[in-house]
Design a protein around this ligand. Sequence first.
Ligand SMILES: CC(C)(COP(=O)(O)OP(=O)(O)OC[C@H]1O[C@@H](n2cnc3c(N)ncnc32)[C@H](O)[C@@H]1OP(=O)(O)O)[C@@H](O)C(=O)NCCC(=O)NCCS
Length: 174
Amino acid sequence: MTDLPSDPPGKPTAVSRTTLSTIMSQNDANLLGTVHGGVIMKLVDDAAGAVAGRHSEGPAVTASMDEMVFLVPVKIGDLVHVHAQVNWTGRSSMEIGVKVLAERWNESTPATRVGTAYLVFTAVDENGKPRRVPPVLPETDLDRRRYQEAGIRRTHRLARRREIQEFRDRGGAA
Ligand SMILES: CC(C)(COP(=O)(O)OP(=O)(O)OC[C@H]1O[C@@H](n2cnc3c(N)ncnc32)[C@H](O)[C@@H]1OP(=O)(O)O)[C@@H](O)C(=O)NCCC(=O)NCCS
């Protein structure tokens, strides 16, 4: 872990919050003619990566992606908005929450929520080793709720990883 001379000062959530907007074209289609899930996942990773880099003021890598939920299909010709923000920070890791909305590119109807995802990014130094990140400072009741829920997800991720490791250490299935 790359340590700093003193604890980095906190950064408000809004400082790094980002939206990435893209029109879906024929190149993004799957065999059913709607948008390929992997295209949306890449946009999610791109937006989350930008947020992680901005918050941590340097390189950050995707450590994990969980709870990517696709609620309704995205269509060719949809304008997709990927909203991302830092929900929670640890020593070197950050949970980034992502909300995906879609609207017809040429209609003024309200956008529909099409997916959500939670990703963990780890800030790394020039050798690819984890480095300290500034603590995120949630500003609104919604930010505070997201912070607390991210803490619950973090506890579950660590518990699952530990439990699987212990299972393997015992030699796996009998
Ligand atoms: C992510 C990575 C830097 C972690 O390195 P590591 O030596 O295992 O570091 P640590 O175990 O000390 O973990 C560092 C932090 O990342 C978190 N982390 C590591 N693996 C994680 C995982 N699978 N899920 C969630 N968090 C994870 C740890 O909880 C820790 O957080 P904290 O410092 O806030 O407490 C390393 O596994 C890596 O480089 N992975 C490849 C990343 C990559 O290339 N992504 C793009 C895919 S193409």
